[in-house]
Design a protein around this ligand. Sequence first.
Ligand SMILES: N[C@@H](CCC(=O)N[C@@H](CS)C(=O)NCC(=O)O)C(=O)O
Length: 214
Amino acid sequence: MALTFYYGSGSPFAWRVWLALEHKGLSYDLKVLSFDKREHKTPDYLAINPRGEVPALVDDGFAIFESNAIVEYIAERWPEGPTLFPADIRQRAIQRRMIREIDNHFVEAVEHLVLPLLYQADAPDAAERTAKALEELRGEFQYWETALSGDWLGGAVPSAADFTLYPSVAMLGRIETRKPGTVPADLIPPKMAAWERRMRALPIVEKTLPPHWR
Ligand SMILES: N[C@@H](CCC(=O)N[C@@H](CS)C(=O)NCC(=O)O)C(=O)O
C-alpha cells in the first residue's frame, strides 16, 4: 500500500487529516508543501488537487482532496482499529452535522478574526471588524460549551469532530502568540478550555503540531 499525504504547515484543514491518519495509526509518506515556494500550485500537485489547496491524500493512485471527504475516506477505507466516527447511525449523523457546523460557523468566525488582525491590519475598519469577530467567536464558543456533554465532542473517545474543531481553536493560541493581547483570556469558556487542554495533551496532537509553530 502506498499512501501519500500532502500537507502545508499551519493549515487547519490539513491538520485535521494528519490527526486522523495518526489516530488510525496508519503508515504514510508525508509531503510538506511550501506555500512560499507555491509548491501547492505546481502542475504535478494540480493534477492531484486542481484547486491547488492542501490537504490531499493519494492512496495507491487514488487522489482525494477536501479535508472532510479525506477523513471520511480514511474512516471507511481502514475500518479496523480506533474509530473516527461512532458505529451508531444517529450518533454518526450528529457527528457529521457537527463537522458541517464547525466549517460553516466556527471556521468562518476564525477567518473573520484572522483577516483584520493579521492580513488587513492597516484597513481603517480593522479594529471594528476585529471586535465584531471576537464577539462572533464568543458566541460560537458558548454554542460548543453547551454542545459538549462529556470529555469529547463526539462521545466517550476523541473522534472526527474533535479533530475538525481543534486545529481552528489552536489557531487562536497561535494568533495570541503572534499578536499578544489580541485574544481575550476569557474567550474560551470553562468546559471548552478543559477540552482544549485534553486535546493538547493527546500524543497525536503533540506529534502533529505545525512544524513552524515549534
Ligand atoms: N475546504 C478545504 C480548504 C482547504 C484550504 O483552504 N487550504 C488552504 C490552506 S489552509 C490552501 O491550501 N490554500 C492555498 C491557496 O488557496 O492558494 C478543505 O477542507 O480541505
